[in-house]
Design a protein around this ligand. Sequence first.
Ligand code: NAD
Length: 252
Amino acid sequence: MELGLNGKVAVVTGGGSGIGRATALRLGREGAAVVVADLSAERADAVAAQIIAAGGTALSAAGDASTIDGIDRIATSAENWRGPVTRLCLNAGIGGEGDIRTMSLEDWRKVFAINLESQFLAAQRFLDPMIAAGGGAIATTGSFGAFRSGHPSSTPAYGASKAAVTQLVRHLTARFSAAGVRANCICPGSVETGFGATAVGSGTMVTAPMRAPAGRRAQPEEIGDWMAFLLSDRARHLRGQVILVDGGRTAV
Ligand code: NAD
């Protein structure tokens, strides 16, 4: 399917690893000008280099997506490079183990800052230029943890932050659809990434037994493909939707 993303300027937060990396690589193959944004300059550089080596167009932008300065640095790099950003994948996120009695307020705030506030800050920074450029598309990463609490990574801040993320795309749709901005959210189930490595709490995450009807964890590319579709005009009638790509985990 031709996605029509050729030449579109796209930013992917958390683009240096896992789902973000797979999304950036897919967007690169579609001909988009991809800004690989990540806290880790090394990871962002590596993914941008991979896109370029494959014949695509990419820029590495290191920055903390959970801060105003970090988002502004990413956005300014992108705009100076190729003009206004019209495709935005807001994907940076961390997990956390622990329960509500033991989780520190500091860790709670860190999870909310990276999972939720990063999307709020990005929307604030990118919306006006996107609208001025004629509109665009935003795809965010939620989680099945917004709907289920049994997984260690969904307790307690993770699931709460991801539930809030699902509401953000509805707000964006209600307020900015008429201005040409589409926003949708993918909620993956378990995906084979390095996700646990950045968890708050003990610094490790327990991998819950796979209970999805699909019988396996998804590969990051299976989520990246959805992200690219949502960012394409092929999905133009899809607005404010929260799509569970979880191997059926929340269906049973
Ligand atoms: P990952 O750890 O492989 O990749 C996350 C990337 O985000 C890393 O490169 C990290 O450096 C970057 N990052 C972290 N904090 C950042 C910040 N403040 N600013 C910029 N970049 C930052 O993990 P992943 O599994 O690819 O996770 C991506 C998203 O998918 C997250 O939002 C996560 O909650 C969500 N998710 C993952 C799973 C899963 O099973 N892996 C399931 C559901 C949802």
